[in-house]
Design a protein around this ligand. Structure first.
Ligand SMILES: Cc1ncc(COP(=O)(O)O)c(C=O)c1O
Length: 246
């Protein structure tokens, strides 16, 4: 069989497996525990976080490891929009061709929090023009959430042009870079002058959400004690410690 579905999932590379092995065997502790094994796992996580932050050009404390892209998108779309409600910003902009994790987060916010959602117009190739994005914005827009490379049709958005629109309007732009992080130069994400370097594909099945200060996200899960209160569930070193060789 010729496997052509690597954008959906890929086998783990041997060097990644080797890098993970210690955290699947000896260094398996709960990083929140204060014993030697837990502290070794916590140190591996700190190292991973520092490397991801360096690759994304954000501060170490701004990186939240998640179980995958769906969780990261939920955290970003729901978290940023819900936080903005307190400032009377309640409008959300997405495009109709986003991944379900964005569209369903938008639908959740519409249904349960009365958030008005605008779907920005895309052309026949799935491209969003700066003019169309500008027309979709309102005075009370809390967030624009767009995918970088589309997971179905492969369209790559011109983020430099789109982020210029959101920056001029003072609206945060969330970019779902799940499909592009391994392949495209993300520097053009340049939103908020954040420099983003190439992330290598080794981070299979895992994701990191990198926010920027002052970005205060409410916890979406009850008992969200881990990850500085952003998410529930154990921060497993084995899941994240492999990360990005710089
Ligand atoms: C563009 C895009 N966003 C989000 C996701 C969800 O990522 P995950 O499967 O890690 O939850 C995918 C999955 O392929 C995707 O293609």
């Amino acid at each position: 069989m010729l496997y052509l579905d690597h954008a959906a999932t890929s086998p783990v590379r041997p060097e990644v497996l080797e890098a993970m092995r210690p955290y699947l065997t000896e260094v398996f502790g709960n990083p929140s525990s204060h014993h030697t094994t837990g502290e070794a796992a916590a140190s591996a996580l700190d190292d991973a976080r520092a490397r991801v932050a360096a690759a994304l050009g954000v501060r170490t404390g701004d990186v939240v490891f998640t179980a995958g892209g769906t969780e990261a998108n939920n955290l970003a779309v729901k978290g940023i929009t819900l936080a903005a409600l307190a400032r009377d910003r309640r409008h959300l902009v997405v495009s109709p061709i986003e991944h379900e994790s964005i569209l369903e987060s938008a639908e959740y916010l519409r249904r349960f929090h009365g958030v008005p959602v605008t779907q920005v117009v895309v052309d026949s190739l799935g491209r969003i023009s700066p003019e169309a994005l500008s027309a979709a914005l309102r005075d009370d827009t809390a967030l624009v959430s767009l995918g970088h490379a589309n997971n179905e049709i492969g369209t790559v958005q011109d983020l430099a042009a789109l982020s210029a629109v959101t920056r001029a309007a003072g609206v945060p732009l969330h970019v779902d870079a799940v499909q592009s992080a391994g392949w495209l130069d993300l520097r053009e994400l340049g939103a908020d002058e954040r420099r983003v370097r190439r992330i290598r594909r080794e981070v299979v099945g895992e994701a990191a959400f990198a926010g920027q200060q002052p970005l205060v996200l409410p916890a979406l899960d009850a008992l969200a004690e881990q990850a500085r209160g952003h998410r529930a569930s154990l921060s497993a070193a084995a899941r994240t410690a492999l990360t990005i060789p710089t």
